[in-house]
Design a protein around this ligand. Structure first.
Ligand code: ADP
Ligand code: MG
Length: 708
C-alpha cells in the first residue's frame, strides 16, 4: 500500500453540525483502546460518513486500510462518493468502494467502503485481514447474513490470540456500528466490549393509520395506488417539507413515480394547494440498481418552492439519510428474500414489515423538526399482520454459500459456530445437503477440490457448478455469458403501454427464434453475443427492447468471471473431461450438472412437478420462450421460481431424462442424521464405510420396490 499522505482538509461546517462531531476525540481514543467496540446512535448522526474520517485523521491508515462494510451495494457506493467529496479526493483514490463485480479502489485507497459480501471474500484469501488496521461492520442492526457471519468469524479470530496476531504487526481493531437496537446483545456477544453511544436529538413524529390496507391485502396495485393517493393529499394539504415514500421494489417504485408525475402535472397551484409557497413537486425514485448519477439528485435540496418527494425501498430506512424530510408515507410492506419451505427454495416476496421497522421508517421524519407519518394500513393490520421484530436473514434464507465459505475457512463444525442468532439446524443441514449434491463437499463434510474452485465465484452454487462443468469440457464460452446475464438485473424491457408491450414481446420472441435451439438459457447467450457483435450496441438494444445498461454490466461481469476462471485454470489440477456429442446437447448437459436439483417433469396439461422431494406443482412463466410450446416438453430444468397465486418457473430449458437420471438419486441419498454428524465432527473411515453399506442396502430395497 502506498504511504503517500494526503490529508483531508479538516471537517466542513456541515459535518461539524452532526451529533457525532462532539465525540470525535473520545471515539478516536475508544477505538485505540479496544479491540472490539460497539458504536450506536440515531440514523443520520454521522456514523457512516464521519467515523472512518476521524480514524483516518487519527492516523490509523498508517497501519493498514480502514474498511467499512455495508449490507447494501448502493449504500457502499453512495457513501464512498460522499466521503470522497468531503475529503477532497477523487473517488477510487484515498477513498474508494468495492461491491460485487465493481471494484473502484486503487493502491492509494485507505478508506474503503464495501459490501459485507466482499469482506467475506477477502477473509477467504487472508483470514487475519492483514491489509486492514480497522474494520467497521456498519448497519449491524440490519442483521444481514454476511454481516452476521463476519461477526462470528472476527469474534473467533480475535478471541484466539495466536490466530489473531499471525501475519500481522499491529492487532486488528473491529468496530460494530448499529442503530439503537440490540446493542447490549452485540456487546455481550463480543465478550462484553464497551458500547459508545452518540446521544441524538430527535423530534416528535405523529403517526396516523389509514384504512386502505387490511390484514388480507398484498396485491401490489392496491398499495401502489393508495401510496400515490396519500402522497398527493400531503402535497396539496400540508405545509412545505419533503416527502419520503417507502415502497417495495423497482417496478412498484417506477409505477408510483409515473402515476405521481401524471397527477402532479394536473394540480392547479392557484387553488388546490394549501401552502401557497409550494408550487410544484420533484419526484425522485431510489432503489438498488439505479444509475448512480441519478442517485446524487436525491441528496440535493429542491429548488425554492418545490417539494421533493423521494419514493424509495427500505434503503432509505437506515442506510441512507436524506435531509429535509418532514413527511413519511409508509406502505407497510417490504420485499424480502425468504426461504419458502413449500418449494424448498429462497424466494423474493413481498411481506408486511415489522413494528420496529415501521417505527424506524416513521423516525425519518423527525430528524430536524417535528414530522408526520402516514401509514396506509389500518391498526388491525398493525396488530394482526406485523411481527414485533424483523427475523434476521440468517434465520430465513439459504445458507449454502456461507456454509461453503465457512468450510473453506476451516470451520468444520458449522453447527456450533458462534452465531449471534443460531439458524435452525435444518437450514444448516439443507445447505450441507445442497453442497454435497453439487460435489462441493464429500461425505465427511470436507471441502472437495471442486468446492475450493466453486467458492472463488461470486455466484449461486448451482450456476457455478454448471460453469465449472462447462469449463472442464472446454466450452466455458457457452456458460460464461449466461452466468453473467443471470447476475445482472433483468435485461428484457416490458413497457407499461399495452401496444408497446405487444411490440416488445414480438421482438423478444423473434430473438428467441433466431437463437435457434429454443430455451431461455440459449436466448440469454444469443442476446449477449448479438449485442456484443453489433456496431451500435445501444441502438440495437433500444430496437429490441433490451436494457442497454444491464447488458453493459453483463459484459463487464463476464470479463470478470472469465478472469477468475483463467486464474483457476492455470493451476495444474484443474479438472478436465472429454465429451463427444453436439454443442447444443453439451450446453444443456452442463446446465444439468448444476441445475439437476431444479428439475421438473410434466404432470398433466401445462402443469409440471418438481423432483426435489417437495413435489411442487409449477407452471412455466409467461416470460419464457417456452411458454407457448409446452406440449413438446416432458422434462425441464429452471433457474428460479416466482410465487404468486401460482408457482412459476423462470429461465427454463428442456432436457432429456437420460441426462439427469444418474444425478437424481443424489437428491435423496443423503440422510439428514448422517449429515448432522458430519457437521459436528470429522467422521472416521469406519463410520463412512458403515454408512455406505447401509445406503447401498437401502437403494437395493428401493430399487426392487420400484421394479415391482
Ligand atoms: P448515520 O450513519 O449515523 O446514519 P450518515 O453518516 O449516513 O449517518 O449521515 C450523516 C449526514 O450525511 C446526513 O445528514 C446525511 O444526509 C448526509 N449524507 C450522507 N450521504 C450523503 C450524500 N451522498 N450526499 C449528501 N449528504 C449525504
Ligand atoms: Mg449509517
Amino acid at each position: 500500500m502506498s504511504k503517500r499522505a494526503k490529508w483531508s482538509k479538516g471537517d466542513s461546517d456541515e459535518s461539524k453540525n452532526l451529533p457525532i462531531y462532539q465525540h470525535k476525540a473520545k471515539l478516536q481514543q475508544a477505538v485505540k483502546d479496544n479491540s472490539f467496540l460497539v458504536v450506536t446512535g440515531e440514523t443520520g448522526s454521522g456514523k457512516t460518513t464521519q467515523l472512518p474520517q476521524y480514524l483516518h485523521q487519527a492516523g490509523f491508515w498508517n497501519n493498514g486500510k480502514i474498511g467499512i462494510t455495508q449490507p447494501r451495494r448502493v449504500a457502499a457506493i453512495t457513501v464512498a462518493q460522499r466521503v470522497s467529496q468531503e475529503m477532497h479526493c477523487s473517488l477510487g483514490r484515498e477513498v474508494g468502494y468495492q461491491v460485487r463485480f465493481d471494484d473502484c479502489t486503487t493502491q492509494d485507497t485507505v478508506v474503503k467502503y464495501m459490501t459485507d459480501g466482499c469482506l467475506l471474500r477477502e477473509i477467504l484469501a487472508d483470514p487475519v485481514l492483514s491489509q486492514y488496521s480497522v474494520v467497521i461492520l456498519d448497519e449491524a442492526h440490519e442483521r444481514s447474513l454476511n454481516t452476521d457471519i463476519l461477526l462470528g468469524l472476527l469474534k473467533q479470530t480475535l478471541s484466539s490470540p495466536d490466530k489473531a496476531s499471525k501475519g500481522r504487526s499491529v492487532p486488528l481493531k473491529v468496530v460494530v456500528m448499529s442503530a439503537t437496537l440490540e446493542t447490549d446483545k452485540l456487546s455481550v456477544f463480543l465478550g462484553g466490549c464497551p458500547v459508545f453511544t452518540i446521544p441524538g436529538r430527535t423530534f416528535p413524529v405523529t403517526s396516523k393509520f389509514g384504512c386502505a390496507i387490511g390484514p388480507k391485502d398484498t396485491e401490489s396495485s392496491v398499495y401502489v395506488k393508495e401510496v400515490v393517493k396519500v402522497t398527493l393529499d400531503i402535497h396539496t394539504s400540508e405545509m412545505a417539507g419533503d416527502i419520503l415514500v417507502f415502497l417495495t421494489g423497482q417496478s412498484e417504485i417506477e409505477k408510483a413515480c409515473d402515476m405521481l408525475y401524471e397527477k402532479a402535472e394536473s394540480i392547479d397551484y392557484r387553488y388546490d394547494v394549501q401552502d401557497r409557497k409550494v408550487e410544484g413537486m420533484l419526484i425522485l425514485p431510489l432503489y438498488g440498481s439505479m444509475p448512480t448519477d441519478q442517485q446524487k439528485q436525491i441528496f440535493q435540496p429542491p429548488p425554492p418552492g418545490i417539494r421533493k418527494c423521494v419514493v424509495a425501498t427500505n434503503i432509505a430506512a437506515t442506510s441512507l439519510t436524506i435531509n429535509g424530510i418532514k413527511y413519511i408515507v409508509d406502505s407497510g410492506f417490504v420485499k424480502q428474500l425468504n426461504h419458502n419451505s413449500r418449494v424448498g427454495m429462497d424466494i423474493l416476496e413481498v411481506v408486511p414489515i415489522s413494528k420496529s421497522e415501521a417505527l424506524q421508517r416513521a423516525g425519518r421524519a423527525g430528524r430536524t423538526s417535528a414530522g408526520k407519518c402516514f401509514r396506509i394500513y389500518s391498526q388491525a393490520f398493525w396488530e394482526k399482520c406485523m411481527p414485533e421484530y424483523t427475523v434476521p436473514e440468517i434465520q430465513r434464507t439459504s445458507l449454502t454459500a456461507v456454509i461453503l465459505t465457512l468450510k473453506c475457512l476451516g470451520v468444520h463444525d458449522v453447527i456450533r459456530f458462534p452465531y449471534l442468532d443460531r439458524p435452525e439446524e435444518r437450514f444448516i443441514l439443507e445447505a450441507l445437503k445442497r453442497l454435497y449434491q453439487c460435489d462441493a463437499i464429500d461425505r465427511r463434510g470436507k471441502v472437495t477440490r471442486l468446492g475450493e474452485l466453486m467458492v472463488e465465484f461470486p455466484l449461486p452454487p448451482g450456476l457455478t457448478r454448471a460453469l465449472l462443468q462447462a469449463a472442464s469440457l472446454g466450452v466455458e464460452d457457452l456458460l460464461l455469458p449466461v452466468a453473467a446475464m443471470l447476475s445482472v438485473e433483468n435485461i428484457f424491457i416490458r413497457p407499461g403501454h399495452p401496444e408497446k408491450q405487444k411490440e416488445a414481446d414480438q421482438k423478444h420472441r423473434q430473438l428467441g427464434v433466431q437463437a435457434g435451439s429454443c430455451n431461455d438459457f440459449t436466448m440469454l447467450l444469443s442476446v449477449f453475443e448479438k449485442c456484443k457483435a453489433s456496431d451500435a450496441p445501444s441502438a440495437w438494444c433500444k430496437d429490441n427492447y433490451i436494457h442497454w445498461r444491464a447488458l453493459k454490466s453483463a459484459f463487464s461481469v463476464e470479463t470478470q468471471l472469465r478472469e477468475i476462471l483463467l486464474r483457476l485454470q492455470q493451476k495444474r489440477d484443474f479438472p478436465m473431461e472429454k465429451f463427444d456429442g453436439n454443442k447444443s446437447e453439451l450446453f444443456r448437459r452442463c446446465l444439468c450438472a448444476g441445475y439437476f436439483t431444479n428439475v421438473a417433469r410434466r404432470s398433466v396439461g401445462k402443469v409440471f412437478c418438481t423432483m426435489d422431494g417437495h413435489g411442487s406443482m409449477v407452471h412455466i412463466h409467461p416470460s419464457s420462450t417456452l411458454f407457448d410450446q409446452e406440449p413438446q416438453l416432458d422434462w425441464v430444468i429452471f433457474h428460479d421460481l416466482l410465487v404468486t397465486s401460482r408457482i412459476y418457473i423462470r429461465t427454463v430449458c428442456p432436457i432429456r431424462y437420460d441426462w439427469v437420471k444418474d444425478l437424481l438419486p443424489k437428491l435423496h441419498e443423503v440422510d439428514v442424521y448422517e449429515l448432522s454428524s458430519v457437521a459436528r465432527e470429522e467422521v472416521t473411515d469406519e463410520e463412512v464405510a458403515k454408512w455406505e453399506t447401509k445406503e447401498a442396502a437401502k437403494r437395493q430395497t428401493e430399487g426392487s420396490a420400484e421394479d415391482a
